[in-house]
Design a protein around this ligand. Structure first.
Ligand SMILES: Cc1ncc(C[n+]2csc(CCOP(=O)(O)OP(=O)(O)O)c2C)c(N)n1
Length: 206
């Protein structure tokens, strides 16, 4: 199946932010997201609905480990109907979005750690082709298999627990903010390329 008309179903959490920022969408592709109700666990069942409505298109679900484990039994349905859905799980062993909220509010982390499991092995037991990926080489192998799969594939990608860049509180301007805090922020979020808005205004003498 081609990916130029792929349909991506995103779950809720940091995975939504990363998905919207980093999915290199093309005209003709589609994306679903529970943007209004923020219903975790939406991606895997949405992928089943999408695959049913668009049987000739490559359907993806992309979930965090929290959202995926709420609904992973739906992989049985994908296996029952041999739906060629590619399900990606971004496993950071955390309810990452909530962990970031707790950081923003200066709260200690509470109830956000996920025990974790080998979701590739779980998926295989549920009747899909499961992969658990720790590096780029394993990721390429999993995607190569997913491309030619006739039924559901689950790719559990073990990722670092790093929150997306918090754009609502950029600390990048050493002229108006604590230079040490700016240095730490830029290092933490690899934000070397970000220019303070003040500098842009000065550049255009606004
Ligand atoms: C059904 C439901 N329960 C709880 C929440 C609150 N909530 C929003 S994001 C989130 C954590 C998501 O964690 P995970 O799926 O692991 O994704 P990550 O943020 O780590 O990418 C939670 C608990 C929600 N939106 N929907």
């Amino acid at each position: 199946m081609a990916n130029d008309d792929a349909i991506f179903n995103l779950d809720v959490g940091n995975v939504s932010i990363d998905g919207v920022r980093f999915l290199d969408m093309h005209p003709g592709q589609k994306m679903t997201l529970s943007a209004w109700y923020a219903t975790m666990g939406c991606a895997v069942p949405a992928a089943i609905g999408t695959q049913t409505a668009f049987p000739d298109r490559q359907v993806w679900s992309i979930s965090g480990d929290g959202g995926f484990t709420m609904v992973m039994q739906d992989i049985i349905t994908q296996a029952k109907y041999q739906m060629p859905i590619i399900n990606v799980v971004l496993s950071n062993d955390s309810f990452g979005f909530i962990e970031a909220e707790q950081d923003d509010k200066g709260q200690p982390h509470s109830g956000v750690a996920i025990q974790g499991a080998d979701y590739g092995a779980v998926a295989t037991a549920l009747g899909a082709q499961g992969f658990t990926v720790h590096n780029l080489t394993e990721l390429k192998t999993a995607f190569a298999a997913a491309k030619i799969a006739k039924g559901p594939v689950v790719i559990d990608v073990k990722i670092a627990n790093e929150r997306p860049l918090p754009v609502e509180q950029l600390v990048i301007d050493p002229e108006t903010q604590d230079p040490q805090a700016v240095e730490a922020f830029i290092k933490k979020y690899h934000a070397q390329g970000l220019i303070p808005f003040r500098a842009i205004l000065e550049q255009y003498e606004a």
